[in-house]
Design a protein around this ligand. Sequence first.
Ligand SMILES: NC(=O)C1=CN([C@@H]2O[C@H](COP(=O)(O)OP(=O)(O)OC[C@H]3O[C@@H](n4cnc5c(N)ncnc54)[C@H](O)[C@@H]3O)[C@@H](O)[C@H]2O)C=CC1
Length: 377
Amino acid sequence: MTIDIGLIRHSWSLIEPVADQVTKHFYGRLFANYPHIRELFPPAMDLQRDRLFHALAQVVLNLEDGDGVGDYLGQLARDHRKYGVQPEHYPAVGDCLVAAMRYHAGELWRPAYDEAWMTAYKFIAEVMIQAAEQDATQSPPSWVATVVAHEVRTPEIAVITVQPDQPYPYRAGQYATLQSAHWPRVWRPYSIANAPRQDNLLTFHVRMVPGGWVSTALMHHTRPGDSLLLGPPRGSLVLDRASTSHLIFIAGGTGLAPLKALIEESVWVPDRPAIDLFHGVRRSVDAYDNEDLQRLRSDHRRLRIVHAISDDPDQWRRQSAVDALEYHRIVPDGDVFVCGSPDMVRVTANRLLGLGVPLHRIHTEFAPGGAARFAVL
Ligand SMILES: NC(=O)C1=CN([C@@H]2O[C@H](COP(=O)(O)OP(=O)(O)OC[C@H]3O[C@@H](n4cnc5c(N)ncnc54)[C@H](O)[C@@H]3O)[C@@H](O)[C@H]2O)C=CC1
């Protein structure tokens, strides 16, 4: 089975500008023709639509990287088990997807695109079905997790610790999706803010998003003893365990979560020269994890922590996390991990490139569920 990457990319360039219409059309057609599939999805589809397009874009843009695409599809398949996706759903999705693309490309659509997409989709479906079957032999589709601690750190940020009902293997830096009983079938990604622990506890940093269903439920309507559902771990923002390079972590707000997990993992590498964390927050009151971070620092003297405050009128020095890196004259001569809002990640990554940090030393994953690589301006 050979996928014609040229045809896929060419047809994708027709679809990209009308992605929103294509995904709406796709789901409309899917639910009209296969009403039983509707039950697998949440009542409101807005975020779901973005996810489909994002997942497709990841595959299309990385088709040459066979291993990378395989890993990505494997994670996607494991994650889709929690929705109850079955092998017989795949052909329905493929048919509706190609029909939606054909419809919106109009006269520009060539018959050869149909074949190219059906071949590519067959490959995607086979990899995903196989990965899901393999996963079913060793993991549940989702985990029930009991809330064991719920700390309100600021009026908008809660730190929540849960105990999954069975072992939850993951790597520091990965994220999981959470579902609250208040919003059935609605999953939201959150990074796991601690390295794997013997007691299997997982901590999440939740910022309440205005109008955010799950974040509001987690912030205001969740208490110790409540149950949450937990999807499988995802993401590739992980440490190279063989490396002993100088590590710099640049976090924006709750983007601290995965970086804290990576710091917890990296402080144990004996030959590591230094670990620097720059945590950018808007106001000093937003430094929600200061106490925990200082505790971590008192146990590991090679760890240096700088808080950068960007928007507080009471602060005489206002700076972003990457400004603080320059201000403190830290030479970024190792690996730099960046996490925060997509804009913060993009701006920071471009500043680092300007400081001479090679691209392969800059490690980033947008907000979970967002684009995996930043766009270099
Ligand atoms: N909670 C979690 O597990 C995770 C959250 N994230 C993402 O991290 C972000 C955190 O947001 P908040 O806590 O509201 O932090 P925030 O948006 O208030 O920003 C925190 C810091 O980032 C800087 N910043 C924001 N936009 C910037 C830009 N365009 N250029 C340069 N610096 C910028 C601010 O100046 C501030 O220093 C969200 O987008 C979230 O999705 C990412 C990974 C994990």
